[in-house]
Write a protein that binds this ligand. Sequence first.
Ligand code: AMP
Ligand code: GLY
Length: 424
Amino acid sequence: MKVMVVGNGGREYSIGLALKKDPNVSELFFAPGNGATPQLGHNVTCKDYEALADFAKENKIDLTIVGPETALVEGIVDIFKAKGLVIFGASKAAARLEGSKIFMKNFLSRYAIPTAKFIETSDAQKANQFIDTLELPIVVKADGLCAGKGVIIATSKEEAKEAVADMLSGKSFGDAGLGVVVEEFLDGYELSLFVVCDGEDYKILPAAQDHKRLKDKDIGPNTGGMGAYAPTPLIDDVLYKKVEERVVKPTLMGMKQEGAPFEGVLFIGLMIVKNEPIVLEYNVRFGDPECEILMPLLKTPASELFYKAATGDLKNLNIEFYTQYAIAVVMASENYPYGNSKPAEIIIDKNIHEGLDNTHISYAGVSLEDGKLYATGGRVLLCVGMGDSIKEARERAYLLCGQVHFVGKQFRSDIAYQALKHDK
Ligand code: AMP
Ligand code: GLY
């Protein structure tokens, strides 16, 4: 089977790694890929999704897997399907679950799925009135896609009102902020649950935990994610069942009713408050860095999972996972997440494989020049460790971190701390 992965991050690299070891896969393509994906397949650049679909058709690509939300929100899946191609991802209509927070919150209300109390509006006065009824802190969100930066947690009413004004004026996020959601703050712990869906049936993947803040102990600015691990002990069978019954099933049923059956990966961002799951958000794609730990835990050939999901055949799949744990530690460049950094050569110690079984690197913001890899993106690469316990996986991931060097590298030293605390 010939498979193409759309995207250029660590997420797409990890999907590529899973496909590379899959006996059903004969050839791999990345569109556009990054500086390390040529180690796994061919990088392809096309001017738009139409051209990419033509490329897929001409090259007899059997399956395309879409990583990033922008491509989904822009309708890549609809374009490929119109040309009779098999593609794994959410349609443009279904991608509104991520593309518009207003659509998402109203959807949650329509189907009585638990979520934070909110108002959605483009009227500052209405937003301010609602702010006056809430306790601090207060959460203000821009409606559209803001690359993870459109959420403000305000510690005073004035700050919340200012955030609303800045968003509605277009000052903070352009058109993406012309509608806002204001909501109550939920105090609990966060979990990411990924559900592979074919519109009708679904498979829930092991729950993962991301670490969004830049620095240890969850301080510093929010980032795209600085590390993750799975499965997390912070969810048990009772909680899984609650999420399945109260969130997963009504979401799939609701999307069908809305005429936009959900195909692809549904990423449910949950806040667990007193053992009750509350939906913070949906994304319509794999999380990054969560994908980088879920892919190596997948025992079922990745091509089979994605192909069956893309062709409405999930009910005939018995999904299996390794009984191990996986941890990924993100190595970011010097100025992340504030700005770009000077390209820095990546040096990996030669003895990398000595004593470092069960580890690998997933490459993200890297480029290739004269045969050398350079750190050029914000999140540069992820050091992944696998093990029979979270502790073992973590030790391995950090051993690998010690062997990867580039000027200005920064990473958190406490990934999975909540799980280890929980285990004691
Ligand atoms: P979102 O893009 O909606 O997931 O928001 C980004 C991050 O902001 C989440 O991962 C949470 O850490 C935080 N957040 C969003 N909404 C809330 C809320 N209502 N209460 C507490 N934290 C929130
Ligand atoms: N790890 C969070 C995200 O991908 O949005």
